[in-house]
Design a protein around this ligand. Sequence first.
Ligand code: HEM
Ligand code: OVM
Length: 407
Amino acid sequence: MPSSSQAIPTFGREPPVLAGDPFSDAVLTSPFEFQHSLREAGPVAYLPSHNVYAMGRYDEVRAALVNWQGFESGNGVGLFNPRSETPYRRPPSAILELDPPIHDAPRHALEQALGPRMLTRFRDDWARTAEIVVDELLKREVIDAVSDLAEAFPLKVFPEAMGIPEEGRENLLVYSDHNFNSFGPNNALVEKGRKAFTELVGWMGKQGTRESLRPDGLGASIWAKTDEGDLTAEQAGGVIRSLLIAGLDTTIHALGAIIDAFLSAPQQWQVLRAEPKRARVAFDEAIRWASPVQTFFRTATRDVIVADTKIPEGEKILMFLGAANRDPRRWDNPDHFDLNRDPSGHVGFGMGIHHCVGQHVARQEAEVVLHELARRVARIEPAGEPKPHLNNTLKGWKTLPVRLIAA
Ligand code: HEM
Ligand code: OVM
């Protein structure tokens, strides 16, 4: 905390102080005003609400993401600080919360297992599933784009591709939602999920074992790396847990965001329909526009100067991906979902050595769904008040009622 009792640094200014709690229900429901204040406060601000530094401008967020030497993940990518707080809330992630060199092996294994070429073997099957899901949707007048589409589709394809048993797959949503809440402060969202999460820890551990995974799934392909000595058994079980945590809720909120994005700009649906190959750019633009993963933290490994401001060694830094993805310094008309812009360079998947290694999975799921919808749906219209899903890290909808008008 920058206070007058501290030694005055020899170089580097004190950051501006920004009031407000980015993890309050009000800001989680509608983060745009807070994001604006954060960007306007300066390249770096200090948040007394949680005793952390924060960045919301594109250039600084991007620079922090790629600077793994100055901003480490090994001290936790949530707010929780194991150096000053005990006990540790959960075992750290087997990839996300590691720094080089121990980040390298699991990272390399997942790049191989989840690369675009590995995923083509699922593509036709996922496209057929998308057809079946859309068949069902078109039989009804009003649907919930969250439960009937954004959840229904990934729940059918992702656990299956991983190769976990059918029994209890919906547990993944409960576990993962709490996991993403736990990256934030210990607020009511964390309290309310703790009991169910604790009860699922044993079940979750079992899903990652070699015996319970189908031999032709993605999980088994990661276990195969232990035979070649590329991963230890502990690393394999750990990264499979990471995939089960990171692979479902993120994609669900992304699919919800895509529908929401087209509701916000209905003419863009016609642009996609005219040229379905734009599904790929639609996906990335929706990730930029909505940032389903809103925030992650790092810890300064030493005193780091960012645009003149000193971030002292050991301090936590909140990187507001959602704010960077709508920074007007970087994006023209940032609040508009627009298929004619080039969204590449957005930080919705992070950047640098931890850049989302599962993005090809999410992209392939979104593309098959979008292709099917674009082929068969003439218009998507709002059909009721959407309700937000509050989570300390993720941004998405709990319900999003829409009417699909068949082509
Ligand atoms: C990393 C977002 C889908 C697995 C990340 C990071 C972000 C992110 C922002 C960087 C974290 C950091 O820098 O600390 C998203 C979004 C998704 C998505 C928005 C959906 C649209 C997925 C899927 C999987 C996955 C489907 C698994 C199949 C991972 C893993 C990492 C990661 C394992 C850690 C990579 C590393 O530390 O090297 N994701 N993700 N993600 N993501 Fe995703
Ligand atoms: C985790 C985890 C691992 C990878 C990615 C992620 C994007 C979370 O184990 O908590 O979120």
